[in-house]
Design a protein. Structure first.
Length: 289
């Protein structure tokens, strides 16, 4: 839609609202508790007219609404939607060497985010890997996705590799809402694809073909792909068709070989034990009284 067409559409909507309001003999009012913007009435543009020339400026609600739409499209897990590079904690790693590795990873990610438009032109993504589950790779990938949407207005899609395969298989069901080509095209064309837990799937010829179609298309069109994996590119169970393309178009970042989830689980248990002990002391004190 051209700008002229958009202006025409907004003006028609405004006239319809005005006409409806005048017929009812009242001014259109937005309830105070309504989620509809009271400034633009939900159109996201504010119209002005000067010298007979109609102009439209983005409403203050537009940026917020765009971000909400990006978040819905990105499909980032709820637990990670508030994650940012600045909230990624390095202090949770206990081993000095692993803490250094986490700090180095954060510095590389920060540099990548700062040079993203340059990297995007070259189709350069990231490959975050660690053989240890729960090392923080997914948290970092979600942080990157959120930063790219906020700072660079990037269109991002977050997907787990096994869920992609399940989605493709569902297209074979009778009455499926989408075709296989539609699912693959959506993954091929999105500006930034975050592919989580890549390599955990059982690699068969069919599985390899699906990912080759996705990754080769993104390789050819220089689309940015960000991977998390429990495998280095040297141990990934895919052939050179896939691994060579990832090597050429990714900065590889080695993540700590330490499970943050285990530390969090220990912390949760210590917190609960502390509460139980405090409650026990209070109960004992009450009984003595």
């Amino acid at each position: 839609m051209t700008l002229e067409e958009k202006l025409g559409e907004i003006e028609r909507q405004r006239r319809d609202i005005s006409s409806s309001s005048s017929k009812q003999g009242m001014t259109r009012k937005i309830p105070q508790d309504s989620e509809t913007c009271p400034v633009c009435g939900g159109m996201e543009w504010v119209l002005s007219e000067e010298g007979g020339v109609l102009a439209a400026a983005p409403c203050r609600c537009r940026k917020k609404n765009l971000m909400e739409r990006r978040l819905r499209f990105a499909d980032i897990p709820e637990a990670f939607r508030e994650m940012r590079l600045g909230t990624f904690r390095v202090d949770v790693y206990r081993e000095p060497e692993q803490k250094k590795k986490a700090l180095a990873a954060c510095r590389m990610v920060k540099e990548y985010l700062g040079m993203f438009r340059e990297a995007e032109e070259r189709g350069m993504g990231l490959y975050l890997y660690s053989g240890t589950k729960g090392s923080g790779k997914t948290r970092m990938a979600a942080s990157i996705a959120n930063e790219l949407m906020e700072a660079h207005d990037a269109q991002v899609r977050f997907a787990v590799s096994t869920e992609i395969l399940a989605e493709i298989r569902r297209t074979f069901d009778k009455g499926s809402e989408y075709t296989q080509s539609q699912v693959l095209d959506a993954l091929k064309m999105v500006e930034v694809l975050v592919l989580d837990d890549f390599g955990t799937e059982k690699v068969t010829e069919w599985v390899a073909d699906q990912f080759y179609h996705i990754l080769n298309s993104r390789y050819v069109s220089r689309k940015v792909t960000i991977f998390t994996s429990n495998e280095s590119l040297g141990t990934l169970k895919y052939d050179d068709r896939i691994t060579n393309r990832i090597k050429e178009r990714s900065y590889q970042i080695d993540f700590p070989e330490e499970s943050v989830r285990e530390h969090m689980a220990e912390g949760n248990m210590q917190y609960m034990i502390g509460r139980v002990m405090r409650t026990g002391r209070r109960t004992g004190h009450d009984r003595r009284e």
